[in-house]
Design a protein around this ligand. Structure first.
Ligand SMILES: NC(=O)C1=CN([C@@H]2O[C@H](COP(=O)(O)OP(=O)(O)OC[C@H]3O[C@@H](n4cnc5c(N)ncnc54)[C@H](O)[C@@H]3O)[C@@H](O)[C@H]2O)[C@@H](O)CC1
Ligand SMILES: Nc1ncnc2c1ncn2[C@@H]1O[C@H](COP(=O)(O)OP(=O)(O)O)[C@@H](O)[C@H]1O
Length: 284
């Protein structure tokens, strides 16, 4: 199979806000992550979701101590992650993984998310947990088609397929096909020339982006942007595969635009990229 080049910006007008709309039309995103030492990952994902247009963003932190020190974005609703709380707030989208860590509590939170009817974005350690836990994998496979987006980097893809990172990188198209077959989900295989694929969808490749993006937190921003576009797409006529494709292109083009403005590649930050994503979505 040969991937088609991603070309999604014609979808942006569908996100336009009509005069009568309120935050419910932009959707509610719940994000779960932020284990000790990695609160920044979920904060970045949350800030990205906010700047990419989600109506509400709620962050559930695994590390309760993190909440008291994170005050630079008061629009975000911050909670301590607790089993049983996931479904309570009826999110449109749940993103789980950024800085999540592993362990029993986290496993239960992931299991709860997998059973939810919300759209799901699964990243980082949530992918690693699925890779080592057949029950979680079977819960993932039981979800309805095109309701889940997985965003592995090549290391996480290797864990899921029980291969090496080198094997993944040596044939990325084959790897993403195997990931779709394994999980029945929308898969975003990150790295240079990010690939997207899903059951009964055509494979897409993103030719934008640059090596300035190779910095901790850049994938967390993609998780946030993807969640926000999924959430807005529900009431703006974008399906989950279109939303994932648009998010990947926005993220990469934002990084390229910054480069063209003289920002990076060395020292380009995820926080700058998420602001440029907002600029791109609002261009008429
Ligand atoms: N501010 C924060 O709190 C941050 C927390 N983070 C969290 O830290 C945890 C560990 O994540 P990491 O992904 O950094 O570490 P991992 O150990 O999961 O993955 C890194 C390895 O994956 C492979 N890999 C990744 N991208 C690749 C590419 N493009 N090409 C080839 N190989 C590639 C390489 O083998 C690399 O050594 C995650 O939970 C993550 O969310 C990171 O997102 C960075 C920022
Ligand atoms: N050389 C590159 N060219 C294009 N995109 C890149 C390059 N390096 C990294 N990226 C992108 O940056 C992001 C890095 O995500 P990830 O590896 O999950 O980082 P983190 O876990 O630290 O947030 C991905 O979207 C990836 O596609």
């Amino acid at each position: 199979m040969t991937a088609q080049t991603l070309n999604t910006f014609h979808l942006i007008p569908r996100l336009e806000r009509q005069a009568h709309e309120h935050k419910g039309h932009a959707g509610k995103v719940l994000m779960i992550g932020g284990a000790p030492g990695m609160a920044g990952a979920i904060l970045l994902a949350g800030r990205a979701a906010l700047h990419a247009g989600a109506g509400w963003v709620i962050l559930d932190f695994v590390d309760e101590r993190a909440i008291s020190v994170l005050s630079d974005q008061p629009e975000l609703m911050l909670r301590v992650a607790q089993v049983g709380d996931v479904a309570q707030i009826h999110p449109d989208v749940i993103a789980i993984g950024p800085g999540l860590g592993q362990g029993n509590l986290v496993k239960q939170l992931l299991s709860e998310a997998l059973q939810s009817s919300a759209l799901l974005v699964i990243d980082a350690d949530a992918l690693n947990l699925i890779a080592t836990n057949p029950h979680l994998l079977s819960q993932l496979k039981a979800r309805s088609s095109l309701s889940t987006v997985l965003t592995p980097h090549p290391g996480e893809a290797a864990n899921l397929l029980k291969e090496t990172t080198e094997q993944i990188q040596s044939n990325r198209e084959l790897a993403i096909q195997k990931l779709v077959d394994l999980t029945g989900s929308i898969v975003v295989l990150k790295g240079q020339h990010t690939l997207l694929h899903a059951p009964e969808q055509s494979m897409q490749v993103c030719l934008r982006g640059n090596p300035g993006m190779g910095v901790g937190g850049m994938g967390d921003v993609l998780t946030g942007v993807t969640s926000a576009i999924l959430a807005q797409g529900i009431r703006h006529g974008l399906n989950a595969y279109e939303a994932a494709c648009l998010a990947v292109e926005l993220h990469s083009v934002a990084a390229d635009n910054l480069l063209n403005q003289g920002v990076g590649p060395i020292g380009l930050t995820p926080s700058e990229v998420l602001l440029e994503v907002r600029n791109l979505i609002n261009i008429k």
